[in-house]
Design a protein around this ligand. Structure first.
Ligand code: ADP
Length: 217
């Protein structure tokens, strides 16, 4: 069953969350104190309502406790973001995700019961920096502090070689989970599968091993 989401604060981040959730087929209630933001959101969300998220009665009247997930994307106004989170927690919202402005703000949000705190600018900065340093890593997912899944682009060095010849597991301690070649994807790579330059290897490993691999890739 699709989940019911509410997004509070329709700045660049909140509106992007609300729009994507709608595109993924979910019901989204968008809330902002600014009427212009509501007008902008109306075409792409299920419902958009003008309300002040620091007003407990207003949130109650919207039935906010019936939503599975509420995203608080209030930007610069840290006080309003904290107060809204506190009210949502007290009203019993099952899952509260909040955008933090900085580390301290994030700490406070966790203390008052936010289930997830996100730092979009910080995280995007990390991604951009990593991509600048390692252009042949297209994307990665951090699994734990030291481990990630990365998409590594195969260079000419790998062209025509089989996974057995490349011996990635022994040389780099990494596992190739899948190989993407154009639109085809091989999710059960075998030792004798041949890699072509430009293929994308989806690899799991320790971050330093992944870095060694991408230097050689
Ligand atoms: P971003 O950095 O994601 O663009 P902004 O600071 O531009 O974020 O946007 C935050 C949004 O949150 C604005 O549209 C603003 O009107 C809204 N907002 C701020 N305070 C409240 C509040 N108390 N209740 C509801 N919406 C709020």
């Amino acid at each position: 069953m699709p989940k019911q989401f509410a997004v509070i604060g329709l700045g660049r981040f909140g509106s992007s969350v609300a729009r994507t959730l709608t595109e993924l087929g979910h019901e989204v209630l968008a809330i902002d104190s600014d009427e212009d933001r509501i007008q902008e959101a109306l075409p792409y969300v299920t419902h958009a309502v003008q309300a002040d998220a620091t007003d407990e009665e207003a949130l109650k009247a919207l039935g906010i406790r019936n939503f599975d997930v509420v995203v608080v994307a209030i930007g610069a106004d840290i006080q309003a973001s904290i107060l809204a989170t506190l009210i949502l927690k007290e009203l019993g919202v099952p899952h509260i995700v909040v955008k933090a402005q900085n580390h301290r703000h994030g700490q406070v949000l966790y203390k008052i019961g936010a289930d997830e705190v996100v730092f979009p600018e910080r995280d995007m900065g990390v991604r951009v920096a990593r991509h600048l340093v390692s252009p042949n890593i297209l994307d990665y997912i951090e699994l734990a502090d030291d481990y990630s899944i990365a998409e590594v682009v195969a260079s000419d060095n790998m062209d025509g070689k089989t996974l057995r010849e490349l011996d990635i597991r022994a040389k780099f301690g990494c596992n190739v989970l899948a190989i993407k070649s154009g639109t085809r994807i091989n999710i059960a790579p075998r030792a004798d599968d041949v890699i072509r330059s430009g293929d994308i290897l989806v690899v799991v490993g320790r971050n330093d091993d992944l870095r060694r691999l991408q230097d050689k890739a």
